[in-house]
Ligand binder design. Structure first.
Ligand code: ZN
Length: 254
């Protein structure tokens, strides 16, 4: 079986091999044994690296948890981005989100398309936080975890004033329902942040999020980012490493 996909993670195995986690079009997230991945640089060439889309030839091994990776060939190459630390950080974050949220062995081709599109946008326009917001929203929606932004996530009523964002309860809350929110990640949700996320959610292509959110200020951008990261952390159940890395890169990078 040959399928295109991206490398999510590679772990050394024995002297010569690696166990790789791949996000494939046909089978979603799978783990495979890549024999010779470490002993021979030519075995998989650059096809088992970051910043490439590859065609993976996978063989199912009876009574084994791991697939066997027979061969891998680069199909698209974005390795020119390797020198852009912010771009690499954004892509690492997107891969981590998909790795943590996608089910094992279930095809989610929309998620692969989104990751490929993110690489494309990054190569053309450079890293952009609004593009990440659009990606987060699309990934959450694909997996059935879209945040509620248009009404109260708890009672379904109008939001009015005093709105909070509670990732554990699924999104925006009216002041009445917000009074019962005590969980981790609960925060104020300014109208601008809510409108920014609604704009980022409605774009057809990720790149359109740049223009769709151009009018929002830094505090709305920061609040929208914190709400989305909170939503993802609530689904994963623990902090994401790549978020801390992006934070270390400084102001306006995430
Ligand atoms: Zn309510």
């Amino acid at each position: 079986m040959t399928t295109d996909g991206l490398l999510l993670r590679s772990t050394p195995f024995g002297e010569a091999d690696a166990v790789v986690q791949l996000f494939t079009r046909e089978h979603g997230r799978v783990s495979a044994l890549a024999r010779g991945a470490r002993s021979s640089k030519r075995r998989f060439a650059g096809a088992l690296g970051l910043l490439v889309l590859s065609d993976f030839e996978l063989k199912h091994r009876p009574r084994a948890d791991l697939w066997s990776l027979e061969s891998a060939l680069i199909r698209r190459d974005w390795t020119a981005l390797a020198g852009d630390v912010v771009a690499v950080a954004h892509l690492s974050y997107a891969l981590e989100v998909v790795r943590e949220l996608s089910p094992i062995g279930i095809a989610e081709p929309r998620l692969l398309d989104l990751l490929v599109e993110l690489h494309e946008v990054m190569a053309e326009r450079g890293p952009s936080p609004p593009v990440l917001r659009a990606l987060e929203l699309a990934v959450l929606e694909t997996l059935g975890h879209a945040p509620v932004l248009d009404a109260c996530a708890a009672c379904g009523g109008e939001l009015g004033a005093g709105v909070l964002f509670d990732p554990g309860r699924g999104g925006a809350l009216c002041a009445g329902c917000a009074a019962q929110s005590r969980g981790i990640g609960v925060r104020g949700f300014a109208e601008g942040a809510r409108q920014l996320l609604r704009a980022a959610r409605s774009v057809e292509r990720l790149v359109d999020a740049i223009a769709a959110t151009a009018a929002f200020d830094d505090s709305d951008r920061a609040a929208a980012r914190d709400a989305m990261v909170g939503m993802i952390v609530a689904q994963v159940g623990r902090p994401l490493r790549s978020v801390e890395f992006i934070a270390k890169l400084g102001h306006r990078r995430g």
